[in-house]
Design a protein around this ligand. Structure first.
Ligand code: AMP
Ligand code: ZN
Length: 466
């Protein structure tokens, strides 16, 4: 299996640390608001990754965190804690806010047929483990303390920028429009491991005792602690969106590798953004659309899954309603074809070589750095093939769906259609093929009056009770 490793800046052959098992870590959401379709694109890419690894016979040990403290509105350790903003907005406690949005998030994943990571821990559940790492970093001389926070000293790590390829001198996290709050921070790239209840954070609701007094952890340390607790160090694959390369993942690496003197993960994979009008879809950009917005328009969540599969995870994907509606139509066709195949009794010709080569093409596509657009093309090639029987087609499609995750096994057989309707459908099909659309439309109406609908699919007309 070839995977693009951000750390190596190229596709590499995947080799697990332990034979047959893959440790996979995914950065989870900050649960202060609904997740948007952009976030969900990243979770879909990670789901495909897990499914391909399983298709290849690996046992996947998947872990994810839930960020419920310490993620500030700016990556430069400034601004407010997002959970406390959510709590103020809704007149609830931060933990109530976290509980609500985490459960909405898992409901969205389920609607998208994303396999839930087997191991999930919230940041607030692992405070002692986070404190342990900070202590170790302190003992090894990687930290310094101001009166507001304990910072990680990035100047102590010569290869700090190895994931992004950015030099420390080029990193300008602090040079944004925000006011730099802590004059004692030595370098803009240095980041907080632990905040004290001082200044802006003196009334921070979430806080815990620590060897340095009451406070709360910075954002990045939770992932170092949770991945280590659940998967050990090093583990195989770490994933997230591309926005995590420069800061969050870079900082996770700096913390874990400095504390324990070994790599954090072998492969780093990043999903590109979902964009709107070519700009990133984001919570703070205010241009975000949720899965519930799609459902309000009558769009099946799995149509969004189909839409996402249509682009490679390392290419930006622009959201438009037309494109998602197009995907909804394609999904409908796929389901209808599946229903037709489940109903078909055809025992026509069946070229096993063709079937095997389709299976292989699909497998090669997904094993080539998760090339889902190519995999979808193989699905349609299979549907249209004249050389294999319906039974074989169905078997192939069901197999492909283990990765595509369109839930095609749920598609029911078609109820028997009365003879008079079948006759009308066949007559209409002849008109349609001859491009006599007036006649074919008039027959479609007649069929409709009799209580049936016809959809045209690449396999021919699909009839169902309306
Ligand atoms: P957050 O809740 O902001 O930590 O984001 C959760 C996940 O969604 C992270 O892996 C982000 O990288 C990812 N993400 C955020 N915005 C987008 C977007 N527009 N497109 C794709 N992924 C995104
Ligand atoms: Zn993380």
């Amino acid at each position: 299996m070839l995977l693009y490793n951000t750390l190596a800046r190229k596709k590499e052959q995947f080799k697990p640390i332990k034979r047959g098992v893959v440790g996979l870590y995914t950065c989870g959401p900050t649960v202060y608001n609904y997740v948007h379709l952009g976030n969900l694109r990243t979770y879909l890419f990670e789901d495909v990754l897990q499914r391909v690894l399983e298709w290849d016979g690996y046992k996947v040990r998947r872990a994810m965190n839930i960020t419920d403290v310490g993620h500030l509105t700016s990556d430069a350790d400034e601004g407010d804690d997002k959970l406390e903003i959510g709590a103020r907005r809704e007149g609830k406690s931060p933990s109530e806010v976290a509980k609500f949005y985490a459960s909405r998030f898992f409901a969205d994943l389920a609607a998208l047929n994303v396999i839930k990571p087997a191991m999930v821990l919230a940041a607030t559940q692992t405070i002692p483990e986070q404190i342990e790492i900070i202590k170790l970093l302190g003992q090894k001389g990687f930290t310094y303390v101001s009166d507001k926070a304990i910072y990680f000293d990035t100047s102590k790590v010569p290869d700090y920028g190895k994931l992004s390829g950015q030099k420390l001198s080029e990193k300008k996290t602090g040079a944004r429009a925000e006011i730099v709050q802590d004059a004692d921070k030595r370098h803009p790239a240095d980041f907080a491991l632990w905040f004290f209840l001082k200044g802006r954070y003196r009334r921070h609701i979430l806080h815990w005792p620590s060897p340095w007094g009451e406070g709360f952890p910075g954002w990045h340390i939770e992932c170092s602690a949770i991945s280590r607790k659940l998967l050990g160090q090093p583990f195989d694959i770490h994933t997230g969106g591309v926005d995590h390369i420069g800061t969050h993942h870079t900082n996770e690496i700096a913390q874990s590798e400095s504390a324990y003197g070994k790599p954090l993960a072998d492969y780093w994979m990043h999903g590109e953004f979902l964009t709107v009008d070519q700009g990133r879809m984001g919570k703070s950009a205010g241009n975000f659309i949720t899965l519930a917005d799609l459902e309000k328009r009558g769009i099946d969540p799995l149509a969004y899954r189909y839409f996402v599969l249509g682009a490679h995870y390392r290419s930006p994907l622009n959201f438009t309603w037309e494109a998602v509606e197009g995907a909804a139509q394609a999904l409908k066709n796929t389901r209808r074809i599946t229903a037709l195949l489940k109903t078909s009794k055809d025992s026509g010709k069946n070229n096993r070589k063709v079937a095997a080569s389709l299976h292989q093409s699909f497998s090669e596509a997904v094993n080539d750095d998760l090339n889902t657009p190519r995999a979808l093309a193989v699905l349609w090639e299979t549907v249209k093939s004249d050389s294999i029987s319906s039974k074989t087609k169905l078997k192939l499609i069901m197999d492909f769906d283990k990765i595509l995750g369109l839930n095609l096994k749920e598609v029911r057989k078609i109820a028997r259609t009365p003879r008079n309707i079948v006759k009308l459908v066949q007559e209409r099909e002849l008109f349609r093929r001859n491009k006599q659309f007036v006649q074919s439309d008039s027959l479609r109406n007649k069929i409709k009056e009799l209580g049936y609908s016809v959809d045209d699919t690449p396999l021919g007309p699909f009839v169902y009770k309306s």
